[in-house]
Write a protein that binds this ligand. Structure first.
Ligand code: ZN
Length: 291
């Protein structure tokens, strides 16, 4: 196997080479040791005086790239956006492993800002990526959530191929399938509450006709899954601001529906660990020493 130089993280005058899989990163020892106490200890004890040294590591080159890039560029992931998710999870995993406290703090702060209130962002998450980051207990509910949004036929083979003992896999699959059903029930209950006759629409301009529109729409919502492959509650979760307009309702009704969906999503997110049979968020965070 021939190792290749990282096209970006290769500073010819620098001290140390990290080798992950086929990729080599040539970087400053002082930057590495400034951020990571594991590398700081390694440097104290065992580095030969002749540099550069090549250190083989077992980490994914892609994760290592994000981790190192974050050390060199403080603005590399300044805020949460969905596109940053792979970077944040990579930094989270490697900063835990190599004890890079400030980077880990930054990743956690960003996640704490974005979650647990931003449920919708997870809907499109790649279940494969999420499952990979599942060494953090705090992520378990999120892993389950992202996986529950994929077809069972896609997810079950992945769960069955996890490197776990048979009994653990059985338990995990049961937990997942039961939680997936609980999640669907919770979403119908909380996201589609606006279809209930008791749903209040303060300030409605056209009370009679809007009430009729909602009543007529309720049965149609059931058929949406068959027509589009996407449950109506999922579509509403992703498009809360357009639900009312697609039904032709007045502005106050549209706003009331959007608010109701937002409240419903927050409730689901708050309950998400319990839906999948896990301890609540606070306990999960504490277990990971996030607070
Ligand atoms: Zn109205």
């Amino acid at each position: 196997m021939t190792a290749v130089q990282s096209s970006e993280l290769w500073y010819p005058d620098d001290d140390i080479i990290l080798e992950c899989g086929k990729t080599r990163f040539r970087i400053h020892l002082n930057i590495l040791t400034e951020h990571s106490s594991v590398f700081r200890e390694m440097a104290k004890i065992s580095y030969p005086s002749e540099l550069p040294s090549v250190i083989p590591l077992q980490d994914s080159p892609c994760d290592m790239y994000h981790f190192l890039k974050s050390m060199y560029d403080a603005s590399y992931f300044q805020s949460y956006s969905f596109l940053n998710l792979p970077i944040i999870t990579a930094v989270l995993c490697l900063s835990a492993k190599y004890e890079a406290v400030s980077l880990r703090r930054r990743a956690i702060d960003i996640l704490n800002t974005a979650y647990p209130c931003d449920l919708r962002s997870w809907s499109g998450a790649s279940a494969k990526h999420i499952l990979r980051s599942s060494d953090e207990e705090f992520f378990f509910p999120v892993c389950f959530y992202a996986a529950a949004k994929r077809p069972l036929a896609e997810i079950l083979p992945k769960l069955l191929s996890l490197p776990l003992a048979r009994g653990d896999i059985d338990e995990l699959c049961t937990q997942f399938v039961v939680g997936r059903e609980n999640l669907r029930d919770a979403e119908i209950q909380h996201v589609l509450r606006f279809l209930s006759p008791s749903f209040m629409r303060p300030g409605c301009y056209n009370r009679n006709s809007d009430t009729l529109r909602l009543q007529l729409h309720s049965p149609h919502a059931l058929f949406r899954l068959a027509e589009s492959g996407q449950p109506y509650q999922d579509w509403c979760s992703m498009n809360p601001s357009t639900v009312g307009t697609t039904l032709g309702l007045c502005d106050p009704c549209c706003a009331a529906i959007e608010r109701e969906i937002s409240v419903g999503l927050k409730t689901i997110w708050k309950d998400l660990p319990g839906i999948f049979g896990l301890p609540d968020w606070w306990t999960l965070k504490k277990a990971d020493c996030w607070e």
